[in-house]
Design a protein around this ligand. Structure first.
Ligand code: SAM
Ligand code: DTB
Ligand code: SF4
Length: 338
């Protein structure tokens, strides 16, 4: 979808200049853009489930699930369908509109993909939006997921192309772009973002945002994760990122991709309420909800409800899809928290 105010021709200097703005100017600008397209007091919530855990063939330096890192993680084979349906039903009852299923694969086999197809169909049957993240796909596999009715595919660029080789050596940045292209070609909504706090520079953060914003179409959903430092991974012990630098990056993501949902993703357990509020002010309007991410903790649901209530923000009730399809500002209903 191309709109007159969405650009795909950002250069690095322009993005670095945004990141360099005085903090107040940057956040004000991001919040102004945010208000042109979204209800500023409404937050979309997704719940995550790890459907296959650990023993992954890739060597991503941040990840607890790589077979190459000794993280003491309990491995789990692909979950049976009934367990997935049970978890999705619980997530729906607590107010999540989207159910995201993650598998620790470099890429799915066709046989495993069929099992995931069953899961997608069952979760859709509960009236929820579906998202899966399964690693690299072929064109045909993306087509199969589309046929199954999948709403979103999550596949992060993770970091700047210039920094990529310092974090992952078993695949290339180009591999990631290819999967995103197959997913987009099938008309599946794209969820793609990255991780901050891996020792990258501000220029690297700008470069990652440029890659996302200059895709032929902006991802509908842009997760910005703060590295969750897992003992036993190569990135454990990395110097912590200045929290304001994280907020700045959220703000610039909002400015560059004005109609995308920007998700304040992993890392919220390390953030205080004030920092999360700043992220929302800077244009983040989606979170993972529920006490578990994939293998690490997320804030307790009660804690999030209390924060949302204090901030006067509400869960977005309508689906993102309706918002994207109607292109409507403030089109959704929100339910007050509390
Ligand atoms: N294996 C698939 C893949 O890598 O595309 C899907 C699952 S993978 C766990 C999904 C995403 O989670 C990664 O792309 C990365 O951005 C994020 N992630 C993984 N470990 C993380 C960590 N320790 N901190 C923050 N984000 C993390
Ligand atoms: C994304 O960008 N973040 C989520 C989701 N996409 C799949 C995963 C975060 C994982 C955090 C570390 C863990 O729990 O293993
Ligand atoms: Fe495997 Fe995904 Fe973890 Fe990389 S991020 S090791 S591909 S599960």
């Amino acid at each position: 979808m191309n709109h007159s105010d969405t650009r795909h021709d950002w250069d690095l200097e322009q993005i670095v200049a945004l990141l360099d703005l005085p903090f107040n100017d940057l956040v004000f600008r991001a919040q102004s853009v945010h208000r042109e397209h979204f209800d500023p007091n409404s937050i979309q919530v997704s719940t995550l489930l790890s459907i296959k855990t650990g023993s992954c063939a890739e060597d991503c330096g941040y990840c607890s699930q790589s077979a190459r890192h000794q993280t003491g993680l309990e491995k789990e084979k692909l979950l049976p369908l009934d367990e997935v349906v049970k978890a999705a039903t619980t997530a729906r009852k607590s107010g999540a509109t989207r159910f995201c299923m993650g598998a620790a694969w470099r890429n799915p086999t066709d046989k495993n993909l069929e099992r995931v197809v069953e899961m997608i169909q069952a979760v859709r049957g509960l009236g929820m939006e579906t998202c899966v993240t399964l690693g690299m796909l072929t064109d045909e596999q993306a087509q199969r997921l589309k046929q199954a009715g999948l709403d979103y595919y999550n596949h992060n660029l993770d970091t700047a192309p210039e920094f990529y080789g310092k974090v992952i050596t078993t695949r290339t940045f180009q591999d990631r772009l290819e999967t995103l292209e197959y997913v987009r070609r099938q008309g599946i909504n794209v969820c793609s973002g990255g991780i901050l706090g891996m020792g990258e520079s501000r220029q690297d953060r700008a470069s990652m945002l440029r890659e996302l914003a200059n895709l032929p179409a902006h991802p509908e959903s842009v997760p910005i994760n703060l590295l969750v430092q897992v003992e036993g991974t190569p990135l454990f012990g990395t110097d912590e990122l200045d929290p304001f630098e994280f907020v700045r990056t959220i703000a610039v993501a909002r400015i560059l991709m004005p109609r995308s949902y920007v998700r304040l993703s992993a890392g919220r357990t390390e953030m205080n309420d004030q920092m999360q509020a700043l992220c929302f002010l800077a244009g983040a309007n989606s979170v993972f909800y529920g006490e578990r991410l994939l293998t690490t903790d997320n804030p307790e649901a009660n804690q999030d409800l209390a924060l949302f209530k204090r901030l006067g923000v509400a869960f977005e009730e309508h689906t993102e899809l309706q918002a994207v399809e109607t292109g409507c500002k403030n089109s959704g209903r929100s339910s007050a928290v509390g």
